[in-house]
Design a protein around this ligand. Structure first.
Ligand code: NAI
Length: 279
């Protein structure tokens, strides 16, 4: 039985596509922790995904479609969520990412700029849109917590992560800039969680994903954080136990971000060197 640390809180969860999605696990964990939630995703994802299954697991949580790049959709989402939840919102999970360049295997150095715009709009500017809409409608309670999910490619080069790296850098910057504004205006906090590679639809779309999943696992003293671990961390950040944390990028990666090299990776390199010397 989960601790009821979100008892009485109301939240909106973006981005649960299927049971592998980080948002899916977070939605279930939030309800287990006592919260009442609304689920949302892009209309096309709602048609293709399994959100009704998730809604059932979440005390029949209302499902409200919203394309996170449409201000009209977002306004409807917040207005209808407040009606459905019977009041203002205490937490929001932005778990949204998509790059047409990644999907179409277009290399970073040969980018298509229409696609690049879409990547930035869907994966980063959408957080600004969500926050701006919430602020205009005064839809968030004081001390509300907004979390967006990021990846360490915002700070370090990872070949294959493509324009999503730039989107994550922008996402983290919006977190700081809007977090400052919303903190002063309404004591709302905004943070990103920088998660380990995780096997999901968005994750496994990145080229070479399997290799860097295993590399990260070997590099991280605690191993890769799973989507369930990520959900638990998000619950703690939605709760009042972390009420003074804002404008941060919080690494949730088993120690990967602060490890230079691990003995496991060195052993692998030594093995390869021995094999090539013997061949
Ligand atoms: P996922 O594919 O399950 O979730 C991505 C979600 O974004 C989907 O539900 C999709 O429908 C939604 N989305 C796409 N376009 C949208 C739009 N226009 N409006 C509204 N929603 C839209 O994959 P995952 O991995 O759970 O991704 C969630 C977040 O976690 C993303 O921001 C991703 O970049 C981030 N993340 C994922 C990692 C991984 O290795 N899987 C590692 C670090 C961060």
């Amino acid at each position: 039985m989960a601790h009821q640390i979100l008892q009485g809180k109301k939240g909106i969860i973006f981005g649960a596509l299927d049971e592998r999605s980080i948002a899916w696990k977070t939605a279930i964990a939030a309800v287990e922790a006592g919260a009442q939630i609304v689920l949302t995703n892009a209309p096309i994802a709602l048609r293709m995904g399994k959100i009704n299954e998730l809604s059932k697991l979440c005390n029949d949580a209302p499902v409200i479609p919203a394309d996170a790049t449409s201000m009209e959709d977002l306004e409807k989402l917040f207005t209808q969520s407040m009606e459905a939840l019977g009041g203002k919102v205490d937490f929001v999970l932005h778990s949204i990412g998509m790059s047409p360049n990644v999907r179409k295997n277009i290399d970073y150095t040969n980018t298509n700029y229409d696609n690049f715009h879409k990547t930035l709009d869907i994966s980063a500017m959408s957080l600004h849109r969500v926050l701006q809409t919430a602020m205009k409608l005064d839809a968030l309670n004081e001390w509300a917590s907004v979390i967006a999910l990021s990846y360490i490619a915002a700070q370090r080069a990872f070949p294959g992560y493509n324009d999503m790296a730039d989107a994550k850098a922008l996402l983290e910057s919006i977190t700081r800039s809007f977090g400052y504004q919303y903190g002063f205006a309404k004591k709302v906090r905004v943070n990103t969680v920088s998660q380990s590679p995780t096997i999901t639809t968005a994750g496994s779309g990145v080229s070479g994903f399997d290799s860097f999943f295993h590399y990260a696992d070997k590099m991280s003293p605690l191993g890769n954080a799973t989507s369930e671990d990520c959900a638990s961390y998000c619950i703690s950040l939605f709760s009042d136990y972390t009420r003074m944390v804002t404008m941060q990028n919080l690494f949730h990666d088993g120690g990967f971000s602060f490890t230079g090299v691990s003995h496991l990776v060195i052993e692998e390199i030594n093995k390869l060197a021995a094999e090539s010397a013997n061949s």
